[in-house]
Design a protein around this ligand. Structure first.
Ligand code: NAD
Length: 324
């Protein structure tokens, strides 16, 4: 128990959380409200009561929310991407941000691999056709010896490159930062975005973008993509322009698209047309949704929170007990 008796630190968990995290927070003596389905309206109504807010990607911690969070000291993003958090606004108000980069890298890479194989072999179509009582043989293609273009050679990009090399794929990588050393160590090739789009049979997007960023793959870039390529995006929906993707799929210039992330989540009408196309596979942002990733996130966040709460309690105890 870190929080002394007589003192209350209120925590709002506004998205789904692992049981391990809930237990650790309670052990610390925090007063936890676990409301994974709370609406934005309710958050705005109640946020003024909390010192700590824990979210995943669903909850937007923006200027409006922050302005109402009068007691807020810490925001926890239980995961990697922090594009749903207005970091500048938090800093202005002196609110700390805790997150857990890297905790879900393996889970995302394994999902990408699954999506690559699924789209190359049309597994989604094969499975649903068998369920309909059909026995249709659908021809697919191998990953082996194909070119994989990785956009964004960070934690996930690097791990994917290692696995792709083991599958005997040729790997191209593009990043906005210097990746010279990384590509040498990995034995892959650095290239321009344009060249990657023109040469890759599989394109997988792994960039970290902020909330106002323009799509990296828009109309012009989609036009450069090799005929028959397969596009995978598990990073953020905004990295690829939905309308440009839909157009290319309709024109059959792209063989398949597999997305774990969308511009709007859950999808709006804008995304539904794309989702309903036969060679489009969409999963509901489940890249980090594994037992192991959620455990790692919970452990890493609990460790960081313990230190922060100790500081909070120590500081306030000093102020309160200071002789007048
Ligand atoms: P990272 O920060 O380690 O790597 C991101 C890389 O992208 C960096 O090397 C960066 O320089 C590069 N980059 C940024 N903007 C770029 C641009 N315009 N063009 C080319 N490269 C660019 O991040 P990571 O841990 O590898 O995560 C990658 C992405 O995956 C993030 O968007 C993250 O939010 C997302 N993610 C999704 C899930 C999921 O559930 N689907 C889970 C974890 C992470």
């Amino acid at each position: 128990m870190i929080v002394p008796s007589g003192k209350t630190i209120n925590v709002l968990i506004a998205d789904q959380a692992d049981e391990l995290l809930l237990n650790k927070l309670k052990e610390m003596g925090l007063n936890v409200d676990y409301l994974p389905n709370i609406t934005r309206e309710k958050i705005l109504e109640r946020i003024g009561d909390y010192e700590i807010l824990i979210v995943r990607s669903r909850t937007k911690v923006d200027k409006t929310l922050i302005s109402k969070a009068k007691r807020l000291k810490i925001v926890v993003r239980a995961g990697t991407g922090i594009d749903n958090i207005d970091i500048e606004e938090l800093s202005k108000k002196g609110v700390k941000l805790i997150y857990s980069p890297g905790s879900s890298t393996t889970s995302v890479v394994e999902l990408v691999l699954g999506l690559m194989i699924m789209s190359a072999r049309s597994l989604h179509r094969a499975i649903s056709s068998v369920k309909k009582g059909e026995w249709k043989k659908i021809e697919g293609e191998e990953l082996c010896c194909k070119t994989l273009g990785i956009i964004g050679l960070g934690r996930i990009g690097v791990k994917l490159a290692i696995i792709a090399k083991a599958l005997n794929m040729k790997v191209l990588a593009y990043d906005i930062i210097d990746i010279g050393k990384k590509v040498d160590i990995l034995g892959i090739e650095e290239t321009t975005l344009e060249n990657l789009l023109r040469e890759s049979d599989f394109i997988s997007v792994h960039v970290n973008i902020n909330k106002d960023a323009k799509p990296i793959i828009g109309d012009r870039e989609v036009g450069l993509i090799k005929n028959g390529a397969i596009i995978i995006n598990t990073s953020r929906g905004k990295a690829i322009d939905t309308a440009a993707l839909l157009k290319a799929i309709k024109e059959r210039r792209i063989k398949a698209v597999a997305l774990d992330v969308l511009e709007n989540e859950p999808p709006t009408e804008k995304e539904m047309e794309l989702i309903n196309m036969e060679n489009v596979i969409v999963t509901p942002h489940i890249g980090a949704q594994t037992l192991e990733a959620q455990r790692r996130i919970a452990e890493s966040i609990a460790r960081k929170l313990i230190e922060e709460v100790k500081e909070m309690v120590k500081y306030e105890a000093t102020v309160n007990t200071r002789p007048s």
